[in-house]
Ligand binder design. Structure first.
Ligand SMILES: [Zn+2]
Length: 291
């Protein structure tokens, strides 16, 4: 599932491509035809990412709320100023990998829709296709406010309140490895960031939230901010420092514990362990994360 950094990249992309542009909105697949007709011909005012949710605000006071879930992805294309490619679940499309540096023919509008395109947005300069989302609904600003109120603070927002995260985490005996996946506690963390943040802090995924000292909870938040900002910049999740990756062959996952079951810990050499926690596989070093 795309973690929060991907959704923030999407918000930037929508802002660059579509704000103040009158948009043709359609549902080539048909499943979102009614919703698309309510947005068609209107302009995008702003794009907000909060955790794993994307809110596209239109000038007729309606909001398109998107949750990509496990399988959703956006594909973009357009003129030479437009990013071309996909953000979200990996998929093959005609446009993926088309580099901006490659010579492009003049933009002559979007291609024929390929596959089940739930919604297509088209401006004068480019287009965006959404496939396979968990949620794609038109809501009101009041409904947007309610949806945001249900989400915890997002480490990628400058205005985010770390104290809200710390308070929520420490108010419950639920293991921190479960709480980090709860979007009401902290928004945007997924399975990769969960594993890597806990490793960096030397915290066991099973430690009850209320047993995490304030200072360690704040340090975990700061790690999440730093790692997720790196993710937005790089377009992928890299958690290790160059020295920790020393000697690794190209293509090795650039993580400390995520998807490294049985491999030696980069700090102590102990075999990395894994098991299910909160419905997803959690990875940890049994030596470095005893507490
Ligand atoms: Zn270790």
């Amino acid at each position: 599932m795309p973690e929060g950094h991907s959704i923030h990249r999407l918000a930037r992309q929508f802002t660059a491509l579509f704000v103040d542009e009158e948009l043709a909105v359609s549902s080539p697949q048909g499943r979102f035809a009614a919703g698309a007709s309510r947005l068609h011909g209107h302009s995008l005012v702003s794009a907000l990412a909060h955790g794993k949710q994307l809110f596209l605000r239109f000038d007729n006071d309606l909001v398109l709320r998107i949750h990509l879930g496990l399988y959703g992805a956006w594909t973009f294309g357009g003129d030479s100023t437009t990013f071309s490619g996909s953000i979200g679940a990996p998929r093959r499309t005609a446009d993926t990998g088309q580099g901006a540096e490659a010579a492009q023919p003049p933009y002559a509008g979007p291609p024929e829709p390929v596959g089940a395109v739930r919604v297509r947005l088209v401006s004068r300069r480019g287009w965006a296709d959404l496939r396979g989302p968990t949620a794609c609904v038109v809501i009101t600003p009041r409904e947007e406010a309610l949806a945001l109120a249900r989400l915890g603070p997002d480490p990628l927002q400058e205005s985010a309140d770390p104290v809200a995260f710390v308070t929520r985490l420490r108010s419950s005996a639920t293991p921190i490895g479960v709480q980090l996946m709860n979007q009401a506690v902290i928004a945007g963390i997924g399975n990769v960031y969960r594993a890597e943040v806990l490793f960096l802090q030397g915290i066991s995924p099973w430690r009850p939230g209320k047993a995490v000292p304030e200072s360690e909870a704040l340090a975990a938040w700061e790690d999440a901010v730093r790692l997720m900002q790196d993710g937005v910049r790089e377009g992928r999740i890299i958690t290790t420092t160059p020295s920790a990756r020393d000697g690794l062959t190209a293509g090795t996952a650039p993580h400390y514990v995520y998807k490294r079951t049985g491999e030696p810990c980069r700090r102590c050499g102990t075999a990395i362990a894994s098991t299910l926690l909160a419905a997803r596989t959690v990875y940890w070093c049994p030596e470095c994360q005893r507490r």
